[in-house]
Design a binder for this molecule. Structure first.
Ligand SMILES: [Zn+2]
Length: 202
């Protein structure tokens, strides 16, 4: 479990006294569009195997099991009217795999916190189904316009604080595209919680 001083926007652990309002070098260089972000665990060792199991096996039980960690990581980001929204899976992948691990996490987090979850608030299309193997700039380019707010859900997120949920944050490109889509739909603010954080962005 990540604890102590963390970067305010991406949740990566930092050296120093515990406090609020510290930023990592990456976020200072290129400030993410969301307000605040946290991660429960680092994407290494046992953290990595938890994420992989969530992706490929034991998914529902795993999601339920880690919901407490997510809720604890997100505790400073929650408001009574926060809407929990998962990062969307590309529709083609969804058709193939038939579930979205981010949506499972969002639903379990919502169950744990009593906050409203809208699993289909965001949709994802575009040419790239996966960002695996793409560098940082290519990740951002691949997502241009690919993530949108579901028109039938726009009224439910407008003027509300949104907590975006994903399983793992690498470059932050996906969360950035989701945040931009949400802001263009007039949400009040976006914060991000991920189960795991890759400590060093590629
Ligand atoms: Zn950061």
């Amino acid at each position: 479990m990540i604890g102590g001083l963390v970067c305010e926007t991406c949740g990566v652990p930092l050296f120093g006294e515990e406090g609020f309002g510290a930023y990592c070098d990456n976020c200072l260089t290129s400030q993410p569009p969301w307000t605040a972000g946290r991660a429960a665990i680092l994407y290494e060792g046992i953290g990595r195997s938890i994420v992989l199991r969530l992706k490929h096996a034991d998914r529902t039980d795993m999601a339920r099991g880690v919901a407490g960690l997510l809720a604890q990581a997100a505790r400073e980001l929650l408001h009574p009217d926060t809407v929990v929204v998962p990062v969307p899976l590309h529709w083609r992948r969804l058709a193939m795999r038939q579930y979205n691990q981010a949506a499972l996490l969002a639903q379990e987090l919502s169950r744990k916190t009593g906050l409203t979850c809208i699993p289909d608030a965001l949709t994802r299309s575009g040419r790239h189904e996966s960002l695996d193997g793409l560098g940082r700039a290519d990740r951002f380019a691949a997502l241009q316009g690919a993530i949108r707010v579901n028109p039938s859900r726009a009224a439910q997120v407008a003027d509300r604080p949104v907590l975006l949920v994903d399983d793992v944050m690498t470059s932050g490109a996906t969360c950035a595209a989701c945040t931009q889509a949400l802001y263009s739909s007039q949400v009040r603010e976006v914060s991000v919680v991920t189960l795991a954080r890759v400590a060093h962005s590629p």
